[in-house]
Write a protein that binds this ligand. Sequence first.
Ligand code: UDP
Ligand code: MG
Length: 233
Amino acid sequence: MWRRVVSLPPLLSSSNSRRLNQVQVAYGFNASQVFSTQAEEGVSGARRKPFVTFVLGGPGSGKGTQCTRIVNTFGFTHLNVGDLLRKEIYSDSENGSMILDTIKEGKIVSSEVTVKLIKNSIEANENSRILVDGFPRSEENRIAYERVVGVEPDIVLFFDCPKEEMVKRVLNRNEGRIDDNIDTVKERLTMFSELNLPVIKHYSKKGKLHKIDGTGTEDEIFERVLPIFAALR
Ligand code: UDP
Ligand code: MG
């Protein structure tokens, strides 16, 4: 047993952000109370298996925004797989131009490249709790990860959001991304429906999926996320 068991009071439900802050203060949300402080090392000094959460949802569904909130409240490390790939483009990596072309087209980078980047990041990370944001994009991605890393994620979040809302958010976010244009967004949405939804279905069948209504304000959405992590013992 690598997580310390603590009991938390039932979560207040409120959509207003002042109440939300009170909830956070009430809990203290000292992440070490929810998750083990002894998770990094076992008796032998060997590193223990980290608690890995996959964060899924279409483009603009709020994955990154909510990951930042989870990091701040529960002390996770945010591993944004899109960012890992974008960094590769600007490194001397032999895969840079292939990654750039794939992202521009809204397609999916080969598992061989992506899984290696994720595995290296997880291994280099000292934190015992990790959010993997935007991966796996396909069943092929998922199977490759589970084969190479050797373990399944502990839980999977899915931010469910209507297509029109996702398109609106992506086209309004102005982050200077080459793939945040209407043509690429359409392709990313097609990829999401065809390849990512089967992954979501898989984890749902395994009982690992937490489906979250991704509509509303950031605060409202985070209130739906809070009880998932607060309930972890
Ligand atoms: N991407 C990929 N594999 C991944 C994650 C991202 O191929 O595991 C590529 C894909 O082309 C995707 C792009 O990176 O459209 C941007 O991904 P990101 O997660 O940053 O976009 P978001 O879904 O957050 O808008
Ligand atoms: Mg993102």
